[in-house]
Design a protein around this ligand. Structure first.
Ligand SMILES: C[S@@+](CC[C@H](N)C(=O)[O-])C[C@H]1O[C@@H](n2cnc3c(N)ncnc32)[C@H](O)[C@@H]1O
Length: 372
């Protein structure tokens, strides 16, 4: 390899290791202009594109890396991962079979094959479905590449999701434990240290010009709280709006109990957010719903819901709560949940948003230090 290209590659790998993904991506692309079959540049660029939820763009690079080094488990795994994320399931099966012939560890096959199945097919094997198509924070990062009229985040804790937004933002949490600079590239970021109910009752009336175009609802994980948050946010939403609820796809029964004090500290809890799926379907919102299979516990996306239906939900709120409060996530209602026909791969959902031009491209440059 030419010395200059070797130097560039080392630079890219070091930026990649330091988390400077965009810089690394650009340098890998430069290397490939001179050496299109370079194994490391192809493999690493492909893995960056998976991380950015652009797996389909990564497939040609991952294919080159794998075909040049078929005994590399990492290249094989990333290639299959990208094919699954893009919904190219037949091709994914072919490459999984080739991995079997090489003899890669068997637990990987099971996980990958299950990701090519529908939730009902996984259930028919006697298992609970697991959402494993990319990490939810990477899905949100991809969504925040666009700017929205207003981003509302209910439940922020450390700020891992808040930091991603580049839009005017309102974040609400009764107890912030921020570990990151919350403002990042935003023009404005208002933090309200109170519950969402208190915010909508006492604070929101003073902020009447704020509109919500994108919401991430990740506060109290009991369905009636999330439902109230949805109803309240819908009142201040723009014409096109996307509501995202975290944690609607549990992978154990235990993690859905309402009283999380019954769980040990090291046990996962997602509460009963899953109930919003049947509640919204019963209300007539099915065409606005998608259950995104982002790890670890999915995201429920509600796009441009009919405001009349939301008014009905508000009117019937008490009855809905009474009907659902004691229903448990159990074998009895799993089939209905898995057959709901709204499960979607996150990257395929991002493409559908792209098609309807949801959100605006970012025109401005990143913020810079301008004073001494
Ligand atoms: C799961 S964490 C949020 C994590 C964050 N969104 C992320 O993905 O990194 C849930 C947060 O919701 C907050 N919370 C609990 N009850 C709430 C309520 N009624 N209104 C708003 N936030 C609430 C908690 O304080 C906690 O910080």
């Amino acid at each position: 390899m030419n010395v200059e290209i070797e130097k560039k590659l080392q630079h890219a790998v070091s930026e990649h290791k330091n988390g400077n993904i965009n810089i690394a991506e650009n340098i890998y692309r430069e290397v490939l202009k001179f050496d299109s079959s370079n194994l490391i540049a192809n493999g690493n660029l492909g893995s960056i594109l998976i991380y950015k939820h652009k797996s389909e763009n990564g497939i040609p690079f991952l294919k080159i890396a794998f075909e040049n080094k078929c005994d590399s488990e990492v290249y094989w795994f990333n290639y299959v991962d990208a094919l699954i994320n893009s919904g190219k399931l037949d091709e994914a099966h072919e490459i999984i079979e080739r991995g079997k012939k090489v003899g890669f560890p068997s637990q990987n096959f099971e996980v990958l094959i299950e990701r090519t199945l529908t939730p009902s097919q996984v259930h028919a094997k006697g298992k609970l479905y697991r959402a494993l198509d990319g990490y939810y924070i990477n899905f949100l990062r991809a969504l925040h590449e666009k700017v929205y009229e207003g981003y509302f985040e209910i439940g922020t804790r450390f700020g891992d999701t808040l930091v991603l937004s580049q839009s005017p933002t309102i974040a609400i949490d009764p107890y912030f434990q921020l570990k990151k600079n919350p403002i990042f590239n935003k023009d404005s970021c208002l933090l309200f240290q109170e519950t969402s109910d208190s915010f909508f009752k006492n604070t929101m009336p003073k902020l009447s010009h704020y509109k919500c175009q994108l919401a991430f609802i990740d506060g109290m994980h009991l369905f009636e709280y999330a439902l109230r948050d949805f109803i309240n946010l819908a009142k201040i939403s723009t014409k096109d709006v996307l509501f995202l609820f975290h944690d609607p796809i549990p992978w154990t029964f235990k993690m859905t109990i309402r009283d999380n004090k019954k769980l040990r500290n090291d046990e996962n809890w997602v509460g009963d957010i899953w109930k919003l799926v049947p509640i919204f379907i019963d209300a007539g919102l099915k065409n606005s719903l998608n259950l995104l299979s982002s790890a670890p516990s999915g995201i429920l996306a509600v796009l441009n819901p009919d405001k009349k239906i939301i008014s009905q939900l508000e009117k019937n709120y008490e009855n809905i709560c009474a009907k659902w409060v004691n229903v448990e996530f159990s074998k009895d209602n799993l089939s209905n949940f898995y057959n709901s026909d709204i499960f979607t791969k996150p990257e395929i959902y991002l493409k559908s948003l792209e098609k309807i031009s949801f959100g605006n491209k970012i025109e401005k440059l990143t913020k810079e230090w301008i004073s001494q």
